[in-house]
Design a protein around this ligand. Structure first.
Ligand SMILES: NC(=O)c1ccc[n+]([C@@H]2O[C@H](COP(=O)([O-])OP(=O)(O)OC[C@H]3O[C@@H](n4cnc5c(N)ncnc54)[C@H](OP(=O)(O)O)[C@@H]3O)[C@@H](O)[C@H]2O)c1
Length: 272
């Protein structure tokens, strides 16, 4: 699997998303994924599953140095002391001394970006997270973080899939050499039943979901974190890496309607 090199970490291009996975089912799904060869697990304090993931990581026998673990701080915990408290709780639940990537999960309207990144940088300097980054940041916020605060951002994790145009943010991130980590890469499962993707998949002996995933992973500087609780889907998503899309496929995907954003909580600042 191809890894993205960013701010001193090597991020596996395909990871496992874990939103809405809970308890024993989450532990089993993460163990299954690690057994299949996944080495990048995406979680967040808000998902309420870091303890289950910690149990799966501990039981897997996979060497810590071979694993990439991302977690995130919720938008209500962005004051410096709250970040430190949330971070400590996440590490404890994950049963780790260090995470690989710690992200601001969502921007909030009244956040103090300089104070946030001073705190995150402190955690990085203390060796408790190997890298720091953001999720759901728009172009204007990225400009402040990168150009004014000069924070060493290892990624921006955003919603990105065949049904949503992200050209503007993707170009901006590429110009800053910051990887784009695509969340909801299967449009929350909807990609699996899209007729255009089904017919492209038929041509290659692949599923529509595999087509959607490979379309993302073929793009420079893009990683994807599909959530899959079933072992067959986890395996299918790994197998998507072998698929070879051609120009005709890419043209058909480019022509799909691209205005469908499925994640848009009311508390976040505007996208543009
Ligand atoms: N930073 C953020 O604000 C943010 C926001 C949303 C999500 N995320 C992260 O991104 C991850 C992925 O996003 P998501 O969970 O919203 O949506 P997603 O990955 O686009 O879609 C997940 C759905 O697709 C199904 N699926 C997975 N592989 C499949 C396959 N090969 N064929 C058919 N169906 C398949 C899953 O089914 P089963 O589970 O039943 O197998 C599940 O219902 C999250 O889990 C989370 O880690 C981050």
């Amino acid at each position: 699997m191809e890894n993205l090199q960013t701010q001193g970490i090597s991020l596996p291009g395909l990871g496992l998303g874990t939103f809405r996975m809970q308890g024993e089912a989450c532990r089993a799904a993460v163990e299954s994924a690690l057994g299949l060869g996944y080495r990048h697990i995406d979680t967040a304090e808000m998902y309420g599953n870091e303890d289950a993931i910690g149990a799966a990581l501990a039981a897997s026998g996979v060497a810590r140095r071979d694993l990439h673990v991302t977690t995130k701080v919720w938008h209500e915990n962005l004051a410096p002391d709250a970040i430190r408290r949330a971070f400590g709780a996440s590490l404890k639940k994950l049963k780790l001394d260090q995470v690989d990537l710690y992200l601001v999960h969502w921007p909030s309207r009244n956040m103090d970006l300089a104070a946030i990144f001073e705190t995150l940088l402190g955690l990085k300097q203390e060796g408790r997270t190997r890298a720091i980054g953001v999720a759901n940041f728009n172009v204007a916020l990225l400009k402040t973080v990168v150009e004014e605060i000069k924070a060493p951002i290892a990624c921006n994790q955003i919603e990105y899939h065949v049904m949503l145009d992200q050209t503007k943010l993707a170009k901006d991130l590429a110009s800053k050499s910051i990887p784009l980590v695509a969340y909801a890469p299967l449009a929350q499962g909807r990609a699996a039943s899209d007729e255009t993707l089904i017919s492209i998949g038929r041509k290659h002996g692949a599923s529509a979901a595999q087509v959607a995933l490979k379309w993302l992973l073929d793009q420079d500087g893009v990683a994807a974190i599909p959530k899959a609780s079933r072992t067959e889907s986890q395996r299918a998503n790994l197998d998507a890496l072998k698929l070879k899309l051609d120009d005709e496929d890419r043209k058909a995907i480019a022509a799909l309607p691209k205005g469908r954003r499925f994640v848009n909580p009311g508390f976040a600042p505007a996208w543009d």
